[in-house]
Ligand binder design. Structure first.
Ligand SMILES: C[S@@+](CC[C@H](N)C(=O)[O-])C[C@H]1O[C@@H](n2cnc3c(N)ncnc32)[C@H](O)[C@@H]1O
Ligand code: SF4
Ligand code: SF4
Length: 300
């Protein structure tokens, strides 16, 4: 991370903690909910299948930038399916960088060719070993591995949503993150149980076991892009929600924290690690502040 970016984030953090401010720093734009997959745990694919046009997304970027957002995620649907004429997701990343966003990340299922060196991180969903990943995401594991090996940059970070199907495959994903040449790290979430995927949720005891495995893997040198000090809060679901420093924009609609904010009762069962990490950080939790500094400086 550039020193100027670090100073910007540090000053935002200090002001937010001291004055209990609620301004956002992290924004996500949903470029389309269209997707080539239909993963078992996902409730947000192909609801409208509308691909939002370039000019609309550019205006959404500007709106977020003017609100103070400096960390931008592009998400979907499948981001690599996004097109407007000759423009691709790469043009959106380049535009965002030119606009002044300090960190620009893209979330993808990894089934398309990976040529996106301009992104700070490509968060690529890997949901276990071949058997368990494919049980969730269809027959895609080999294609993804091939795309990672042929990627034009080493800015990939695995993104694993841990649920009833893949809870025993954490070690595999950690080892792949450590050993694959284009992969920097892995970041985890627990399954967030939307009404149609409740059966995939983990119990408190299962979450605790998963955190033990992640801790052990970290000790053994696996590059995990999460904060250990947030684990107890994630296990007990007793972190503050929603995260006021995060916003999501989908087709002109701005939501605080996630588009899931409209699902009644879901925040009490939230499994997204970033929510626990950010709300604890901006709540002034000293251990989280220290760990966040060390982790972000290491991976971004
Ligand atoms: C909705 S997908 C969109 C980007 C891309 N299609 C992908 O699969 O990475 C973004 C991330 O959300 C995760 N996800 C989907 N439903 C979830 C849920 N109910 N709980 C936790 N993570 C979930 C996916 O596994 C994926 O890593
Ligand atoms: S690839 Fe992503 S958006 Fe598509 S179904 Fe799977 S999790 Fe949902
Ligand atoms: S806290 Fe609520 S709105 Fe935020 S990600 Fe979790 S479920 Fe969604």
């Amino acid at each position: 991370m550039k020193l100027s970016s670090f100073i910007h984030f540090a000053s935002f953090g200090v002001k937010t903690i001291i004055f209990r401010k609620k301004e956002p720093i992290l924004g996500t734009i949903i470029v389309s909910d269209k997707c080539n997959l239909k993963c078992k745990h996902c409730s947000v694919n192909n609801i409208t299948a509308i691909v939002h046009p370039y000019e609309q997304i550019k205006n959404e970027m500007l709106q977020l930038y003017n609100m103070g957002v400096r960390i931008l995620f592009f998400c979907g649907g499948e981001t690599f399916m996004w097109r407007d004429g000759n423009r691709t997701i790469r043009d959106l990343v380049v535009e965002a960088k030119m606009m002044g966003f300090l960190i620009v990340n893209v979330v993808t299922n990894g089934t398309f060719e990976l040529d996106l060196p301009e992104a700070d991180l490509i968060l690529l969903s890997l949901d276990g070993d071949k058997e368990r990943h494919n049980a969730i995401r269809g027959d895609t594991y080999d294609t993804i591995m091939n795309n990672i090996n042929n990627a034009t940059s080493d800015n990939i970070c695995f993104y694993m949503a841990i649920n009833q199907i893949n809870k025993n495959a954490i070690e595999h994903v950690c080892m792949k993150a450590r050993d694959m040449k284009n992969v920097k790290a892995v970041s985890f979430n627990f399954h967030t149980p939307y009404p149609d995927t409740k059966e995939l949720a983990l119990s408190k005891e299962e979450k605790a076991e998963c955190c033990d495995v992640i801790r052990r893997m970290m000790k053994e040198g696996a590059p995990v892009f999460n904060l250990k000090s947030a684990f107890p809060y994630l296990i007990n679901n007793n972190f503050p929600t929603p995260c006021h420093q995060c916003v999501v924009m989908e087709n002109g609609k701005l939501s605080t924290c996630g588009r899931c904010i409209d699902v009644p009762g879901l925040c009490e069962e939230c499994g997204y690690f970033f929510v626990a990490e950010y709300t604890l950080l901006f709540g002034g939790h000293p251990l989280i502040i220290l760990e966040m500094l060390m982790t972000y400086l290491k991976y971004i």
